[in-house]
Design a binder for this molecule. Structure first.
Ligand code: ATP
Ligand code: MG
Length: 328
């Protein structure tokens, strides 16, 4: 008999519980019900114990994962900070190295210029006397003169590039009569054009206004742009140079019927040392510095330089220059 039922019967009936068979069956049923209740109760408590234990374990696992993630995050953040500092230091070092490199090139070009000027001077003396040499020697002197001139212009280009890079490529602009300047540039180019059997068309008006220019640099820029037109055009082609002045600006266009520039190369045209593949095949000589310098010169004159081109059809460069120094 269940102890609770026993206790209750004792309370109600003392030591003499009713002796009828119905009462015995009733007591048995009540006692069984108490037992079932105890069993269910135990089962419930036990199962709750298990789930709360599992919950605890799960909770601990979650907390552990959260801790691990927190730690990971901290170490990633730390790594990002460290890498950023490393990159900053590497970048500073690169800037420093770039400066050293530019300085080195600048010093080397300066040092080369002095002996080169002496060689050029001696070669020019020999060149003047070229008729007094045998034809074989005369040919060698002519070649030497040509090579020296190329070296002088290469060293000059390198010096100009380092001046641009170091921000000391200041131009001194003076009002100049532009027509004779253009004519003298075209006179120099004409020799090359004739040698290549290229027709040089000069569309110059009878008068042109004066312009604020740095004569030496303006010549350098124009000689390269018109020189390129001749250089990158095959025999029997033509190059047309046109100058037009309006109230506020001078426009010079240089149109050739040459090899053209592929669309993919066009955005790199003014980059230092860039030479397109078709140009490399057409003319092996050149450093790819001419246009970089020319654009800097034109910009120092507050002008603009643009071009349009089609492969194997030709290229037109358009230069505009303001008539007054302040106009842009
Ligand atoms: P250099 O430094 O001796 O002038 P370069 O003529 O090769 O050498 P840039 O004058 O700077 O160098 O010109 C850069 C490149 O632009 C050329 O190599 C060529 O690919 C392209 N280019 C310039 N002008 C023309 C042109 N008129 N027609 C076709 N390609 C041109
Ligand atoms: Mg060139």
């Amino acid at each position: 008999m269940h102890h609770l039922l026993g206790r209750q019967l004792k309370k109600n009936f003392g030591d003499k519980p009713p002796a009828s068979p119905e009462f015995a069956v009733f007591s048995q049923v009540v006692s069984n019900t108490y037992d079932d209740y105890d069993k269910d109760h135990n089962l419930l408590e036990h199962s709750f114990d298990i789930s709360s234990k599992e919950f605890q374990e799960l909770n601990n696992k979650v907390l552990k994962v959260v801790e691990e993630v927190k730690f990971e995050k901290q170490s990633v953040e730390q790594k990002v900070v460290e890498r950023t500092a490393e990159l900053k230091a590497a970048n500073e070092r690169l800037v420093e190295l770039d400066k050293v490199k530019t300085e080195f090139i600048s010093v080397a070009a300066h040092e080369l210029r002095t002996p080169l000027t002496a060689i050029k001077w001696i070669t020019q003396l020999l060149h003047k006397d070229v008729t007094s040499f045998t034809s074989e020697h005369a040919e060698q002197i002519n070649k030497l003169n040509e090579i020296i001139n190329k070296m002088v212009s290469l060293v000059g280009d390198i010096l100009n590039v380092s001046r641009i890079e170091e921000g000391r490529f200041g131009s001194t602009l003076k009002q100049q009569d532009i027509l004779p300047l253009l004519q003298s540039i075209l006179g120099i180019i004409e020799v090359n054009a004739q040698a290549k059997n290229i027709k040089l068309i000069k569309n110059l008006p009878p008068t042109l206004p004066t312009l604020p220019v740095d004569e030496e640099r303006f010549k350098l820029a124009l000689e390269n742009i018109i020189g390129n037109a001749v250089k990158y055009t095959s025999a029997n082609g033509q190059v047309a140079v046109t100058a037009v002045a309006t109230a506020d600006k001078l426009t010079i266009s240089v149109a050739d019927t040459g090899i053209g520039i592929a669309p993919a190369d066009q955005k790199r045209l003014f980059d230092k040392f860039f030479r397109a593949n078709n140009a490399l095949k057409h003319d092996t000589e050149g450093t790819g510095l001419g246009l970089y310098i020319a654009r800097n010169i034109i910009e120092a004159h507050h002008g603009t330089i643009t071009f349009n081109s089609a492969v194997n059809q030709g290229t037109t460069f358009i230069i505009t220059l303001p008539l007054t120094e302040r106009a842009k």
